[in-house]
Design a protein around this ligand. Structure first.
Ligand code: HAS
Ligand code: CU
Length: 555
């Protein structure tokens, strides 16, 4: 192995105003998760036919609870975390803080969005779930609130691009530091990906909810939703990947072995995340089978960078384990620092993601999708991805980030470790319940307490779901206890003064094809071409659409 080189400038001090703005974003993020985890308990117990939602303040129906659960976890928690965390990683990697006016604009936009969408959800005027498909109709403030949350990610994207451009002017011809490259690539991908949701919400749903247009077009709205709705899962995932690539190797005592391969992975996400949305619409009538097959093929393509990640990160961990005295084929794994909650949370996240990835491949397989679509299998899949790989990674990052931002020492290291193991076991048990029930036809998004049908074999699946969800709730609450104790009682001046970032085995090449990896402009152009290939034929055939459906409010 070559001598490792440091690929980031050192001696970086984050200005206090930035520290505060990012801390506010993290509080919003984890605050949303707190509500989501409590609500999740109600959802999981529903499968075990235990009704606790009725005791929740302000909760009237099952669908109101499920909407809140989806929105706060999948949109507020993830967006607020990404906006804050990747602003920080970009600032740190470039040695150049993002302008703090941007940071406050991001936070205020998100807060406004949460208030607007929250008002509609908590008053029971938006029980349309986080996918808000027409013809279900919500109060306009729900759509506007979600739109503002998307706008906050655009402000972040602009902030990162401006910072990068400033850095490039001062460093002509230099390679973009890796951590900044992968952070900016994440936002470049999402900027293109979010257009679908923006068009749907601003162009179709807000005017419809205000009564400016009388009817809506479910297929068009669903298509625009899933144009953004698949890549959104990588917008949730990639901040975790930034940590797995740029920080976890350091935390594990290893190094990242390839700078170029890491950039290639993120370029692949930029290219292939978007033209895959029809894999959520295999059962939708009105979309040609040929186009669905193209999206299926591209979905197998987007599987690849995650496979590469699995091997790259595992190798980085292995280097760490061997440096700590590990030998043989598997012994290095036991030698990792199992006492470091930030690292342990992320390793457990990776382990659940291995199963999350495999179930994703099954979803993507056209014919197998037919037997699991709209069953409990799907929440089984996504709790092993966003509900654990992402959530546990963010919790793990929180174990050093909150002390870094508050300058207070982490309180309750042991409890922090326990919280992650309990959550990990919980998510595996819950997903086992959902997956087995789903294979057996147990539906998703169904109030099981009121369902007039059922199978004896769903009993065990439902019980496992309820049991696992309860463990996840307990693990989550222990995590919040650690976070609150750190923020209020942590020893002042005890937090880390810098963030952990890894060394790379070889520095980025300064000549040859690798240099071209940094040309975002060309990758964005290539991504647009792929998007056109994937969506233009359907839109050309389908537009101007069929605006025939009135709005419905069932709950
Ligand atoms: Fe998915 C549905 C296909 C990844 C989230 N997905 C969903 C929904 C959500 C979601 C929320 O094709 C439901 C949406 C709704 O409400 O209807 N998904 C995939 C595929 C992947 C995938 C092919 N999904 C994700 C990620 C998510 C997520 C990531 C959130 C963050 N998904 C689908 C499809 C559907 C779907 C269909 C529609 C289903 C339907 O019919 O409704 C791939 O990206 C997965 C690639 C992952 C891997 C795993 C790599 C493993 C790693 C860890 C390595 C471990 C280490 C440690 C290093 C290839 C990187 C090991 C150490 C040792 C010693 C072992
Ligand atoms: Cu998808």
């Amino acid at each position: 192995m070559n001598t490792p080189v440091v690929s980031q400038p050192s001696g970086f001090e984050l200005p206090d105003s930035h520290r505060r703005a990012i801390l506010f974003m993290m509080i919003l993020s984890f605050g949303a998760l707190f509500i989501g985890v409590i609500n999740g308990l109600g959802q999981a117990l529903n499968y075990a036919r235990v009704d606790i939602l009725q005791y929740f303040p302000g909760m009237r129906t099952y669908y109101q609870g499920l909407t809140v659960h989806g929105v706060v976890n999948a949109i507020v928690f993830t967006f607020a975390f990404a906006n804050g965390f990747l602003s920080l990683t970009t600032s740190r990697a470039l040695g150049r803080p993002v302008n703090d006016k941007f940071l406050w604009a991001i936070f205020i936009t998100m807060a406004l969005g949460v208030v607007l969408a929250g008002y509609a959800m908590f008053t029971g005027q938006a029980s349309v779930l986080y996918t808000f498909y027409p013809p279900l109709l919500a109060h306009w403030s729900y759509y506007l609130g979600l739109a503002l949350l998307v706008v906050s990610t655009w402000i972040t994207a602009v902030a990162l691009m401006v910072t990068l451009r400033g850095w490039r002017k001062e460093n002509p011809g230099a390679r973009i530091p890796l951590m900044a490259f992968i952070s900016v690539a994440t936002y470049a991908m999402w900027t293109l990906a979010s257009i679908g949701i923006a068009v749907s919400v601003v162009g179709l749903l807000i005017p419809w909810s205000l009564g400016l247009i009388a009817h809506s077009d479910p297929l068009l709205s669903r298509t625009l939703f899933w144009y953004s709705g698949h890549p959104i899962v990588y917008f949730w995932l990639l901040p975790a990947y930034v940590s797995w690539y740029a920080m976890v190797p350091k935390q594990a005592g290893g190094v990242l072995f390839s700078d170029s391969l890491t950039r290639v992975v993120f370029v692949m996400f930029l290219l292939l995340s978007i033209p895959t949305g029809f894999h959520h619409q295999y059962t939708d009538p009105g979309i040609g089978t040929g186009m669905k097959a193209i999206h299926a093929g591209l979905t197998f393509g987007i599987f690849f960078p995650s496979m590469v990640t699995a091997f790259s990160v595992m190798y980085a961990l292995e280097i760490g384990g061997r440096r700590r005295g590990g030998t043989g084929l598997v012994n290095w794994f036991t030698k990792l620092d199992w006492k470091n909650p930030a690292l342990v949370a992320q390793i457990l996240a990776m382990l659940t993601f291995t199963l999350g990835g495999i179930t994703g491949l099954i979803n993507a397989s056209y014919s197998m999708n037919m037997s699991i679509h709209n069953t409990a299998w799907v929440p089984g899949h996504f709790h092993m991805t966003v509900g654990s790989a992402v959530t546990m990674s963010f919790m793990g990052i929180g174990f050093w980030l909150i002390p870094y931002l508050t300058r207070r020492e982490l309180v309750g290291k042991g409890l922090a470790l326990v919280s992650q193991w309990v959550y990990f076991v919980g998510v595996l048990v819950m997903a086992r319940g959902l997956i087995s029930g789903g294979v057996d036809g147990m539906p998703r998004r169904t109030n099981m307490l009121e369902a007039a049908y059922g199978k004896p074999s769903w009993e065990l699946a439902g019980m496992l779901t309820g049991l696992g969800g309860t463990l996840m709730f307990v693990g989550g609450m222990l995590f919040f206890a650690v976070l609150a104790a750190t923020m209020f009682m942590g020893r002042k001046g005890g937090g880390p003064t810098d963030m952990p970032f890894t060394e790379t085995a070889t520095p980025p090449a300064t000549r040859g094809w690798q240099v071209k990896l940094d040309s975002f402009r060309w990758w964005m152009l290539a991504a647009v071409i792929l998007i056109l290939v994937a969506y233009a034929p359907f839109l050309a055939e389908y537009l101007p659409g069929a605006f025939t459906s009135p709005g419905y409010r069932f709950y």
